[in-house]
Structures are given as structure tokens and as C-alpha cells.
Design a protein around this ligand. Structure first.
Ligand SMILES: [Zn+2]
Length: 453
């Protein structure tokens, strides 16, 4: 059986309409000034080359003031570039509506859920069927993808600096051989500065996490150095609508409820990454933070994501606190929806619980829902998104198995091996303790791992 849901797709690009409109031709190419071969010759876009930092050591009080490990002054340039270019696209009328005119409020209560009334986001689009039971699907060049956007929707190219310093080139050629990563506007923004980060856009990667792309997203969060700038990721089956690898990001000048939720520590990996579980939050999820280096954190989370997608478990990711704190949330709402297990009352709101909603920023389409928004309603919706406790522990065990397996395969030093084994035993014990020994079979992977050595 194939599971599908009908929903109104979000229009993220003005070129997504696919209505056969040729548009006016501008100096050759296909006339759209797109990111495909027809239009890339001699094309230039700004290039922001970020400095690869190993870790963010300390955090000062206040917003956007961070110290990097080498005592560098905080770099506000990415912020101002991004917002400056974004404003420019507002002036050029590229957005479908004025997001600053959307009403927003913090819902009274303990958690501070944020409600936004956004009536413009879903107008003029018919519901489309989405397959929700396959987290990994091959890239399909016939469907809308980001190589089809107009270059005016791209704000800048984003890549690692070659000489280790931040650099900016206002007019850098687009090198198709090198498939640049790009930051583009989302023409249906849900907040100020809403953009898409599209890793190696010309490589046409499907929506799936890999280690390098995830590291790129973390670098962007670290480089922005602004805790109000978060990146998010939705897998297929967890409300991603475009099967072309992308992250979203925007500024919201209040803490997300998920960031304020208490956590219970589960373990610390050998890379120093602390892994906890959310408590007293409607959606069950894991929190990854710290690490000896940003790479430890990034690899830990991306390996967990890879495990989920390989096991066909839909999930969302929130990258918060300048890349220092990452939330991983497996979910099952679309599956429930396809199986007819979601109450009509919740379905009526047409809220798609993707990463932002799960994090506590509820984007509501109907004035009625906005006016009646309450903590209780938000909680009820999000609770439907969450895995059950039993399933969550099962999935957590799978993730821990994957993480210990990978770090074990990668660790080659025989001296470290004993240490690794000890850490893993500890880890397995802890996972088992949580599982109340009901899923022990799922965390025995480190034995296979030893055989590999
Ligand atoms: Zn073209």
C-alpha cells in the first residue's frame, strides 16, 4: 500500500508555478535566467566565503555576540549581507506577500508558543498529492527543483574560504564544475529573512542528509553567530515538499518553546557530544549539544539523521544556538494523516507540522484558529506529531546503535579501541536502562562493530 496525503504545496519560488509561461527573454538562455546550462554561461552572483571554525568556545551575554576560538571579533557580515539582499528582493517585489504585515503573538501560558496568522501563504494553489511513506526518493529532474529558480531569487553563493579567512566577492562567476551551495529567498516567507540553503545546487541531490551538507548548515549557523537565526530541515514524509536537498532558515527574535524545554541527559559521546531527551514537551525528541569540535556535533547528528532516513522514519531537525544545539525529532503525523487517524478538527486547521511548527512557531491559515489559539490547542496538535513513548525508545535505540557503529568504524587507532568499547558499553547500558530492557536486541550493534576491526 502506498500512503499519500493531499496538501497545498508551499510555493518557495516564483518559478514553481510551472504554468508554461515563457516569460520575457533577457539576453539569451531559456529566458528565465535560471541555474541550468542554458543560463549559467558568464553568470555571476555574490560569493560569501566563510571561515571554517572548529568550535565556538564561549558565548557572551546578549544576542549575536559570540567569541570564536581564535579570539576573532564576531562576524556580523553574514547577517547584514543576508538581510540586505533579502530587503533588496522585497523592494523588487519578488515575495508573494508582505510577511511583516502578518499578525504574530505569543500564546499565553507556560511554554510561550508563537502563533502567526498567515493567510497569504496558501492562496491560489490546489492541493497536491504527496507520497509520505518513503523518506528517500530519487531526484526527479522533471519536477520543480532549485536549478529552475531565477538567479534573482538567489542572494549569494556560500562556500568555505580557501585561505581560512572570511571573504566576500560581489561578482563571482558560477562554476558549474564546482557546484556551489547557494542561499536563495523563500518567496512564501514565514518570518523576516526566510531563506533556503541549497547545498551543491547543481549536483541535484535529493532531500536526504549527508555529513558534508549538514556540516555546511552548521557552518552557516555558526557564521551568522546570531541565536535568533535558526536553520531547519524537513525530511520527505515530514512535510518537505521539494525533493531537492535544502535547509530553511529565518530570524525570529524570541526563543522557540522547544529551546526552553527541559531536557534529560542520556549520554555523552566519545566526541564530547552531549545527547539528551526532551521532557515536558509535546513532541518527543533528542537534543545534541557540545562536542570537542563542531565536526563531532555535526557528524553525530548527521549519522543519526542518516539512520532515520535509512530506516524510513520521517524527521525534522532544528539547528539552534548558532549551531551549538541541535534538535532531532522523528515524527509520524503525515503517516497518521494518510491512515485517517488524525481528528477532523485538527485536519481542518490545515496546519502542516514541519520543523517550525514542531519547534513552537505555529503558522496558522485561518483567522479563527489564530484568534482561538491556546497553549492547549498547540499542545494537542503537536502531541499528534510525536511518536509514542514506546516507538520513540525503539527509534532512539536504533539511533544509538548507528552512532556507536559509525564512530567505531571510523576510529582506527587500536589504542582508542579499548576506550571506545568502554564508552560504548556504557552507552548501551544507558540505552538499555531507558528501554527497560525491552529492546535490547536493537542495541547489540557494537559487537558487529568489533568484528569489523
Ligand atoms: Zn535557463
Amino acid at each position: 500500500m502506498m500512503l499519500r496525503i493531499k496538501r497545498v504545496p508551499t510555493v518557495v519560488s516564483n518559478y514553481q508555478k510551472e504554468d508554461g509561461n515563457e516569460g520575457s527573454r533577457r539576453g539569451g538562455g531559456c529566458g528565465r535566467n535560471c541555474l541550468q546550462n542554458c543560463c549559467l554561461q558568464d553568470a555571476c552572483l555574490p560569493l560569501y566565503a566563510f571561515k571554517k571554525v572548529d568550535s565556538i568556545v564561549s558565548k557572551k551575554k546578549g544576542v549575536g555576540v559570540f567569541e570564536y576560538d581564535k579570539g576573532e571579533p564576531p562576524v556580523a557580515f553574514l547577517d547584514s549581507l543576508l538581510l540586505g539582499e533579502w530587503e533588496d528582493r522585497v523592494q523588487r517585489g519578488l515575495f508573494r506577500y508582505d510577511v511583516t504585515a502578518c499578525e504574530t503573538k505569543v500564546i499565553p501560558g507556560q511554554h510561550g508558543f508563537i502563533a502567526q496568522l498567515n493567510e497569504g501563504r496558501h492562496l491560489k494553489k490546489r492541493p497536491t498529492e504527496f507520497r509520505v511513506d518513503k523518506v528517500l526518493q530519487p531526484f526527479d529532474g522533471n519536477k520543480f527543483n532549485f536549478t529552475k529558480v531565477g538567479q534573482e531569487e538567489v542572494l549569494f553563493q556560500f562556500g568555505a574560504s580557501e585561505d581560512g579567512e572570511v571573504q566576500f566577492f560581489p561578482d563571482a562567476p558560477i562554476d558549474p564544475e564546482n557546484s556551489p551551495s547557494m542561499v536563495a529567498i523563500n518567496v512564501s516567507p514565514i518570518e523576516y529573512g526566510h531563506v533556503l540553503l541549497i547545498p551543491r545546487v547543481l549536483d541535484c541531490l535529493p532531500q536526504r542528509i549527508d555529513r558534508d551538507s549538514f556540516m555546511l548548515a552548521i557552518y552557516m549557523a555558526a557564521e551568522a553567530g546570531n541565536p535568533y537565526f535558526r536553520l531547519g530541515y524537513n525530511s520527505l514524509g515530514a512535510f518537505a515538499t521539494i525533493n531537492h536537498l535544502h535547509f530553511q532558515a529565518y530570524y525570529l527574535a524570541v526563543p522557540f518553546p522547544i529551546e526552553k524545554a527541559p531536557t534529560k541527559e542520556i549520554t555523552t559521546s566519545d566526541g564530547g557530544v552531549k545527547i539528551s531527551e526532551l521532557v515536558n514537551y509535546p513532541v518527543r525528541g533528542l537534543v545534541f549539544e557540545g562536542g570537542n569540535a563542531l565536526l563531532d556535533l555535526s557528524n553525530g547528528v548527521s549519522d543519526a539523521c542518516i539512520c532515520l532516513q535509512e530506516n524510513n522514519i520521517p524527521y525534522n531537525v532544528l539547528i539552534a544556538d548558532c549551531g551549538n544545539r541541535i534538535f532531532l525529532l522523528p515524527q509520524c503525523y503525515a503517516e497518521k494523516q494518510a491512515l485517517g487517524e488524525v481528528s477532523p478538527e485538527l485536519l481542518d486547521t490545515q496546519v502542516n507540522p514541519a520543523v517550525w511548527e514542531i519547534s513552537g512557531h505555529m503558522v496558522l491559515k485561518r483567522k479563527k484558529d489564530y484568534e482561538e489559539a491556546s497553549e492547549e490547542n498547540a499542545w494537542r496538535l503537536l502531541a499528534e506529531v510525536s511518536l509514542s513513548e514506546e516507538r520513540f525508545q525503539e527509534v532512539t535505540a536504533l539511533i544509538f546503535e548507528a552512532i556507536s557503529y559509525r564512530s567505531c568504524v571510523i576510529g582506527t587507532d587500536s589504542e582508542n579501541l579499548l576506550e571506545d568499547v568502554n564508552v560504548e558499553h556504557q552507552l548501551v547500558e544507558e540505552v538499555n536502562a531507558i528501554n527497560e530492557s525491552s529492546h535490547q536486541a536493537m542495541v547489540t550493534g557494537n559487537q558487529d562493530c568489533l568484528v569489523l576491526h
